[in-house]
Write a protein that binds this ligand. Structure first.
Ligand code: SAM
Ligand code: SF4
Length: 340
């Protein structure tokens, strides 16, 4: 569906008709992608990062974080358990940790691929050669948020990074045949509704296969500790409009939404979202991967209990757990390759 910037701004600003927008997005979601909720096992394999994004708890100047990265064996074993539980996608996410060169990461991707899962990488900006190597090793999707399309704001919040370079990376990823995931945060300091409307049009224009939209939540150990942060309402509205703009893509109910309200992800699933990314990282590590306060961890549950509780949450709102790989495109290229 096409919406003008003026219409998007009106929808983003309209408190009174929010419920109507969210239920319309829910109906569009049902019509285009059905009732399945696709589960992605989130494996946070390293909290080491060379960058200093002002909003992020993992920024390199946050000296209070105890840094870790998982060994290859730990990663493969966690992915094996996730596949055994029933996950059909493993999302490998990290800070920009250069220890994980292509030479180190590719064999891990190849090993995880043997568990018959789709692989999403979310490890930030790399060279074309690295993206190509990961793709050839079996990575199917790549997730990297543009964060904001306001370049001046981006450069203020992401010191020493280049918006243009991030954009170029997204284009390389697309060209290499990955399913492309991107997204934004809403409620960044000095971000306007006008700018969020631009972000939505940008994601539509580059044709993302997946769009992750979450509220910015201030982390106490960052320079943005005293900022106000985004609201769940604005995040839900933004996400709902995304569903209208790109009706058949994958849209996760983000964990940042759940951090703001206990039923945040259920609300999101009823407002256009069709993906959940439960964390499968072992408890000891997962609590060290703190992007923002209020992240929910599975530390008190066994992986099986955690998986079952996510499934019953999905069923309790009248939805069903997705059985396939749950990609946007019907067949994953790397599966095609192995079938050929
Ligand atoms: N390092 C990679 C990157 O930046 O693309 C992947 C991991 S990064 C931690 C994943 C996402 O977390 C970022 O793209 C950003 O949108 C989000 N994030 C970071 N800090 C946040 C905060 N304080 N509130 C909400 N989301 C946050
Ligand atoms: Fe590093 Fe990503 Fe956090 Fe930026 S958002 S500091 S790149 S982990």
């Amino acid at each position: 569906m096409n919406l003008s910037k003026t219409e998007i701004i009106r929808l983003l600003s309209d408190d009174e008709h929010e419920a109507k927008l969210l239920s319309h997005a829910d109906a569009v979601r049902r019509q285009y992608v059905g009732d399945e909720v696709h589960l992605r096992a989130l494996l946070e394999f390293s909290n080491i990062c060379r960058n200093n994004c002002l909003y992020c708890g993992l920024r390199k100047d946050n000296l209070k974080v105890k840094r870790y990265h998982l060994s290859a064996e730990e990663m493969v074993e966690t992915a094996r358990l996730a596949a055994q539980l029933g996950f059909k996608t493993v999302v490998m996410q990290s800070g920009e940790d250069m220890y994980y060169t292509a030479a180190r990461l590719c064999p891990i991707i190849e090993a995880i691929k043997k568990f018959d899962v789709a692989i999403t990488l979310s490890i930030g900006e790399r060279s074309y050669a690295d993206y190509k190597a990961f793709r050839e090793a079996g990575a199917d999707r790549y997730l990297m948020r543009i964060e904001t399309t306001n370049q001046e704001l981006y450069h203020r919040l992401d010191p020493k990074m280049s918006w243009q370079h991030r954009y170029d990376c997204l284009m390389m990823i697309k060209e290499l045949g990955y399913e492309l995931g991107s997204g934004i945060m809403v409620g960044l300091p000095d971000q306007t509704i006008d700018s969020v409307a631009d972000d939505l049009l940008f994601l539509q224009q580059i044709g993302v296969d997946m769009a992750g939209i979450g509220p910015f939540i201030p982390h106490p150990e960052t320079p943005l500790a005293d900022c106000k942060g985004g609201t769940l309402h604005l995040a839900l509205r933004t996400m709902a409009i995304m569903r209208l703009l790109l009706p058949d893509i994958n849209i996760p109910a983000t964990t940042a939404m759940e951090a703001l309200a206990q039923n945040g992800q259920a609300l999101a699933l009823n407002s256009g979202a069709n993906v959940l990314m439960p964390n499968v990282t072992a408890g000891g590590y997962c609590k060290l991967y703190e992007l923002y306060p209020g992240q929910k961890h599975s530390i008190n549950n066994t992986p099986k209990q955690w998986y079952d509780s996510v499934c019953s949450k999905i069923n309790s709102i009248g939805r069903i757990v997705g059985q396939g790989y749950g990609g946007h495109k019907s067949t994953l290229l790397s599966h095609k390759k192995s079938e050929a």
